[in-house]
Design a protein around this ligand. Structure first.
Ligand SMILES: C[S@@+](CC[C@H](N)C(=O)[O-])C[C@H]1O[C@@H](n2cnc3c(N)ncnc32)[C@H](O)[C@@H]1O
Length: 218
């Protein structure tokens, strides 16, 4: 029989995941990981803190008070942004994760955890949305864990946001490297050229594996 080596840090982490304090507990590690990433000369795999700083930077620059996130996971982005936005909607398909997040953020009336598929719920949110929002698209578009992936979901969501009557939305999408041209997935270059051709009033850029779509005129 092979005995697994006991890893106390992993054991604490696994136990914390189930508690309401997990996003706050994780937040302690975000700044050190970010500094360590800077010290290592900014390698390709980016820390969560850089994603938070990017979301904050666009919210400030484009004066956005609403955050819409696809893929809540353990609520780390919601936790980091809870005092920076007037309203936050976060969509999670996994019922267990959605329930955890709903309980964790229940005392914040401006935070809404929505259980379901982002492809459908983003469209429902857009119907009611009456001001520009920042969309943080991070719902494992090309597979997350063992979840099946719907190859069209990203493009469907991008199109519905970009065709919405409000033209001032900003989109930041994580994990651009998933756009690899394999198994029916477009390449990043193909997606960018489609966006540039179909939405000439938007600016499309990629930095640190994050796709950023902003209105070209402020
Ligand atoms: C990378 S994690 C999200 C991390 C989180 N956005 C953050 O910044 O901390 C991806 C999450 O997307 C969820 N997900 C996958 N497919 C989804 C879908 N179709 N709709 C909504 N959520 C989905 C997964 O269950 C997982 O919790």
């Amino acid at each position: 029989m092979v005995l697994k080596r006991l890893d106390p840090l992993r054991a604490i982490n696994d136990w914390m995941r189930g508690t309401d304090y997990y996003p706050a507990y994780k937040a302690f590690g975000h700044r050190p990981s970010y500094w360590y990433w800077l010290l290592r000369g900014k390698p390709a795999r980016i820390p969560h803190r850089l994603k938070q700083l990017t979301v904050e930077q666009y919210a400030r620059e484009f004066r956005l008070a609403v955050l819409i996130e696809s893929g809540t996971y353990y609520g780390e982005m919601v936790e980091a942004m809870k005092s920076r936005f007037q309203e936050i909607f976060s969509i999670e398909i996994d019922s267990g994760l959605a329930r955890l997040a709903t309980r964790r953020f229940a005392r914040y009336k401006h935070i809404h955890i929505l259980e379901g598929d982002s492809q459908q719920l983003i469209q429902e949110l857009l119907v009611k949305l009456n001001r520009p929002a920042l969309f943080w698209l991070d719902a494992g578009y090309y597979g997350f864990g063992n979840q099946e992936s719907n190859r069209d979901r990203l493009t469907v969501e991008l199109e519905s946001i970009l065709k919405h009557r409000i033209k001032e939305h900003v989109i930041v999408m994580d994990d651009c490297h998933g756009l690899n041209g394999e198994n029916g997935v477009p390449t990043l270059a193909e997606l960018i050229s489609h966006l540039n051709a179909s939405f000439p009033d938007r600016k499309v850029a990629v930095e640190h594996n994050l796709l950023r779509i902003t209105p070209s005129k402020k």
